[in-house]
Structure formats: C-alpha cells, structure tokens
Ligand binder design. Structure first.
Ligand code: FAS
Ligand code: PHB
Length: 397
C-alpha cells in the first residue's frame, strides 16, 4: 500500500477507509480501475473500532471474490439460526430451514477491515491516512476534485468520480445542496451499551431478548470472545456502568436458564452507540455517490448496517466497472434507485426488529400489540420466514 504518496489525479477518489471505502477500492482495483482512498484518521484508529458482527452471505461472497475471505472462512462461524427471547420464552428462528439453506457468517467488522487492509497492502492500493479537512469540489461537473491537508500542506486530487464512503459524519453528504437533499430520520430514545469480554459466549447462537426491563443481545466474535449489549437511555454515560452492573443487568434481561450459564469477566471494550434510522436521498449528486453510512443508518438490531454498505459497494463498483470497461453508464444512472430499494427494505426490517424488542414509553395498547406480534411470530411459520429472509439478507438483484 502506498501510504502518504500524494497523488494529483485518479479515476475514483474514495473518501473514508471504513469497510465501504476499502471494499470499493479493492473491487475497483481488481477490475483495473484506479482509486485513491483519503482517510481522516490513522490506520490504527480505524482498526480500533468495535462494530458489527454479522455478515450476510452477499458480503461474505464479495469478500471471497475479492480475495479477502480466507481468514473469515477459517475463523468465522456459519450460523444457521438465532434465538428471539422474551422473558422465559425462547424461540429459535431456523434460517436454513426457512430460507432454503441460507445462513449468516459471524465474523467481526474489525477483522473484515483488517483483512481488507491486508489485501490493499498486497495490491499496492493507495490509502492516505490522517488526511484532514477533506473537501469536495465541483462534484456536479465533469471534473470534480478533492482537497485535503496533510503534514501542514494542502493537496488537490483531481478525479472523474467521488465515492463518499465517509460514514454518517463525513463531508460527502454535505456536498449535496440543501435544496436537493432530502433526509428521512427516526431517532430512538435509547442506545446500546456494548461490551467485549474474553469469555466463552453464553450460547452457540445469537440471542435477541425483548424484556420488560429493556432489550439485550448476546453475540460473539469467537468461542472465547463474547459481545453483549443492553438497551440504555439515549443520554446514558458509559462511566455509570461498572462491569458488575452490566453483568447483573444483562442477566436480569435474559431467560433464567441462559442467565444461569452466563460466564462473566472483565470488559476489554465498553461503549454506547446511539440508535437511529436515517436515509439520505438522492445517493448520487453529479459525479459523487454516497455509499454505506454516508447515505443511511439503521439501528443495529437487524445486523444490517455493514451489510447495506456491502450492497451499495456491489452496485457502485459494478456500475463504475461497466463505465470504464464498456463505456456503459446504465449502472451509474441507476445506482441510487437500485441501492435505495434494498436500503429501504432493510430500514423497514431494522425498524421492525427494534420496535418489537425494545422497551419504549408506550401506550398500554402498543404493549398489547407487541405482545400479539410476538405471539404471531411464535405460532406462524410465515412470520418466522419473513424474519429469517430479512435477517440472512434480501437478494442484491
Ligand atoms: P464507517 O463509519 O465505518 O467508515 C467511514 C470512514 O470514513 C471512517 O474510517 C472515518 O474515519 C472516515 N471519515 C469520516 N469523515 C471523514 C473525513 N472528513 N475525511 C476522511 N475520512 C473521513 N452495524 C451492524 O450491522 N451491527 C452493529 O453492531 C453495529 N454497531 C455499530 C456501532 C457504532 C458505534 C457505529 C458508529 C456503527 C455500528 N454499526 C453496526 C454500523 C457500522 O457497522 C456501519 O454500518 C459500517 O461501519 C459502515 O461502514 P462505512 O460505510 O465504511 O462507514
Ligand atoms: C454484534 O455482534 O456486534 C452484533 C450482532 C448482531 C446485531 C448487532 C450487533 O444485530
């Protein structure tokens, strides 16, 4: 990987070295399309983030096709089901049985990012870290460019397209004029307090627990590394939560037989993530495309955040490859429409899972309706199939 080499021109300027930016640059590089990735933080900072844990088959297949799947296949776990718990009731959703064999891969986003960096190194991909004050220019012209500061100097990168892979807080979305940008947002009155602990996971599969005290999730990174979450008020502070308090609260929200098996230990990471549903339209403005969290956010309840970034990358990389290889602009013209259809389907599912399983200050009627929803889920194969096919990931078509 060329670190720090200041390029002056490339075909596709990619802002952000998260999973969107790294996977996009890998796929384009393999197809002979030149990219430069501009990342505001250091590589270590990017790799210090603990985020998603569940990969849809579409993402796993893309990583394999990009030569980035070996460690995932060696160390990740294929899961063919998960559990939905509510008080002492446990319902297993059998993904494979309900979807004709589809499964998910449990493998941390941090490891995906590490593997992508390794692949970019091997191909000599250009990633410029600590690129500050990245700014997009003339995005609605045929010759857009990006400026950034590094080592006290301002640099200019001319390009033919810009991929805004810069996450929810990046500059790309802001490059769309306010009178052209429409945002759809729902902010939830709670967040997820998550911990990572070097303890054996409490169960073979993930357990999503909706409890009168609040939501909890039992997840994992490996057989010796567990990831747990509890719903907390949106304004909660992580300093208010000792490890002991976390473990006691988690146990109180799990079925009693699960709580009895929980192995606790010191947290090696503890943080609170806010929850929101968010979509920006359009995802394209001139020669700039929004990809991943730059264009949309989902509450992590449906494990869709990283996986939506993946389908955006799939659509945009194919569109750009068609443009450069066959002078075919069809994919570029239809990127936003194609990506938004899958985004809104995942937004719906993530909102539904979040509403079903979290504690809201809601009317007694709404509490009863949620109880009926869970009752229907327990007794209806059709309802379970709907959950399973969304969870494993709807097709990219
Ligand atoms: P990312 O935010 O990962 O990457 C954007 C990159 O752009 C970052 O490296 C950032 O430093 C860089 N950037 C930002 N501004 C820039 C600028 N001005 N100049 C240059 N670079 C800039 N999803 C799940 O499915 N399950 C989860 O449990 C889950 N937990 C999450 C917890 C947190 C705290 C957050 C924030 C997200 C979580 N997500 C989860 C969603 C997450 O996984 C995202 O969907 C995923 O990181 C999306 O990847 P990117 O689109 O690459 O965005
Ligand atoms: C995780 O392991 O971090 C994880 C898994 C599933 C989710 C959210 C987070 O829905």
């Amino acid at each position: 990987m060329h670190e720090g080499r200041h390029c002056v021109k490339t075909q596709v300027a990619i802002i952000g070295a998260g999973p969107s930016g790294l996977l996009l640059s890998q796929r384009l590089h393999l197809a002979g399309v030149e990219t430069v990735v501009l990342e505001r933080h250091s590589r270590d900072h990017v790799l210090s983030r603990i985020r998603a844990g569940v990969l849809e088959q579409g993402l796993a297949d893309m990583l394999r096709a990009a030569g980035v799947g070996d460690r995932m296949d060696a160390e990740g776990e294929i899961h063919d089901g998960c559990e939905i718990a509510f008080e002492d009731n446990r319902l297993r959703i059998d993904f494979a049985e309900l979807t004709g064999g589809k499964t998910v891969m449990v493998y941390g986003q941090t490891e995906v990012t590490r593997d992508l960096y390794k692949a970019r190194d091997a191909m000599g991909g250009t990633i410029i870290h600590n690129a500050e004050n990245v700014a997009l220019h003339d995005v609605d012209s045929d010759s857009p460019y990006v400026t950034y500061e590094k080592d006290g100097e301002t640099h200019r990168l001319d390009c033919e397209f810009i991929a805004g892979c810069d996450g929810f807080h990046g500059p790309s979305r802001k490059a769309i004029p306010a009178d052209r940008l429409k945002v759809f947002e729902k902010v939830y009155p709670f967040g997820w307090l998550g911990i990572l602990s070097e303890t054996p996971p409490v169960s073979e599969e993930l357990i999503y627990s909706g409890h009168p005290r609040g939501f909890a999730l039992c997840s994992l990174r490996s057989r010796v590394l567990s990831r747990y979450y509890v719903q907390v008020p949106a304004d909660e502070k992580v300093d208010n939560w000792s490890d002991d308090r976390f473990w006691e609260e988690l146990k109180s929200r799990l079925p009693s037989d699960v709580a009895a098996d929980l192995v606790t230990g010191p947290s090696i990471e503890k943080s609170i993530a806010p929850l929101r549903s968010f979509v920006a339209e359009p995802l394209r403005y001139g020669r700039m495309f929004l990809v991943g969290d730059a264009g949309h956010i989902v509450p992590p309840t449906g494990a869709k955040g990283l996986n939506l970034a993946a389908s955006d990358v799939f659509y945009l990389s194919n569109a750009l490859i068609d443009y450069y290889r066959a002078d075919d602009e069809t994919g570029i013209e239809h990127y936003a429409e194609k990506a938004l259809r899958r985004i809104w389907l995942a937004e719906r599912f993530s909102w539904w899972m979040t509403t079903l399983l979290h504690k809201f200050d809601e009317e007694a009627f709404d509490v009863r309706v949620k109880r009926a929803e869970l009752d229907h889920l327990v007794h209806s194969r059709a309802a379970q199939t709907a959950l399973a096919e969304n969870y494993v990931g709807l097709p990219y078509d």
